[in-house]
Design a binder for this molecule. Structure first.
Ligand SMILES: NC(=O)c1ccc[n+]([C@@H]2O[C@H](COP(=O)([O-])OP(=O)(O)OC[C@H]3O[C@@H](n4cnc5c(N)ncnc54)[C@H](O)[C@@H]3O)[C@@H](O)[C@H]2O)c1
Length: 274
């Protein structure tokens, strides 16, 4: 695509860890589409050093911030405005982590300290990011804020564990805060509900390899990749979607509206014959 959908736009991209991250692909595409932005991640994630390659490739500066820490967020938004020379047109929240998932705790035996940590990182941080931007009046009118989510917020996927509840909370924050943003600044807030995707966060879920194949066979268009997702994010940052807000937008090759597919049925029919 040759047109530059984000020419002149400025933003902050949270969550690029390595080149499989959805946020990484968004940064590459936002750069391609003419945007200027700051990259940020938790200090511990930055120690891996990978993000510096992306910063070099896209001409972005990197500012560390733990998205659960209000002081670090304040400093991030203040510095970003100075670096970019004005208010922001877009923010991507591409953050998720569950300690219970990481440590293999079953949903019926959750550790509540870990639950609180994961909830703060995966869901409340979206509110913290928006509240910081709100208080500092960081967003330009008609800006766009996007968070990433998964369909386990609506339907049961047992191994997604407490992340399902975190995603339900995240999606609700998008609607609740999105109302206020819309009224005050015409800023829109949406979540994208993405197909299972081979990334560090995704692969941490038990049984992920089987599940990603299942979702692919179930979806008429196949799974959406991280690159596909980045394309969709770019449209939401562009002026082509100015009246889309308070939505949870499925980006999953049709998976969310399927009952069963021929490809899945074929496996059961074959098994029956065996
Ligand atoms: N991969 C999938 O299957 C899938 C599907 C649907 C939605 N999502 C969502 O997409 C988003 C991005 O995940 P991804 O799949 O690209 O994986 P990823 O592991 O590349 O990205 C997750 C990011 O969250 C960051 N993070 C964790 N704790 C943080 C903190 N305290 N402060 C700031 N950043 C922090 C990590 O450093 C990492 O960069 C997440 O919200 C995830 O839940 C992923």
């Amino acid at each position: 695509m040759s047109s530059k959908l984000l020419e002149g736009k400025k933003g902050i991209i949270f969550g690029a860890l390595d080149n499989s991250s959805i946020a990484w692909k968004v940064a590459e595409k936002a750069n391609h589409h003419g945007a200027k932005f700051v990259l940020t991640n938790a200090p511990v994630a930055l120690r891996m050093g990978e993000i510096n390659k992306l910063a070099e490739e896209t001409g972005a500066e990197v500012i560390p911030a733990d998205a659960t820490n209000m002081e670090e967020l304040e400093s991030l938004f203040t510095k970003s405005r100075e670096i970019l020379g004005g208010k922001l047109d877009f923010v991507l929240h591409s953050i998720g982590m569950s300690v219970n998932v990481r440590k293999g705790k079953h949903y019926t035996e959750l550790n509540y300290d870990w639950l609180e940590k994961g909830w703060d990182v995966s869901a409340v941080s979206f509110h913290k990011v928006m509240q910081t931007a709100w208080n500092l009046d960081s967003m330009s009118d008609w800006g766009s804020i996007v968070g990433l989510t998964y369909m386990a917020a609506q339907r049961t996927f047992p191994d997604y564990n407490d992340m399902a509840d975190n995603k339900a909370y995240l999606e609700s924050i998008a609607r609740s805060f999105g109302y206020h943003w819309g009224v005050r600044n015409k800023v829109r807030v949406n979540t994208i509900s993405q197909s299972p995707t081979q990334t560090t966060a995704g692969s941490g879920v038990k049984g992920f390899d089987g599940f990603i194949k299942f979702a692919d066979k179930m979806s008429p268009l196949g799974n959406a990749t991280a690159e596909d997702c980045a394309d969709y994010v770019i449209t939401l940052f562009s002026d082509l979607t100015r009246k889309v807000t308070l939505q949870n937008l499925y980006h999953d090759g049709g998976f969310s509206n399927m009952g069963v597919s021929d490809a899945i049925m074929a496996q059961f029919m074959n098994n029956e014959k065996e």
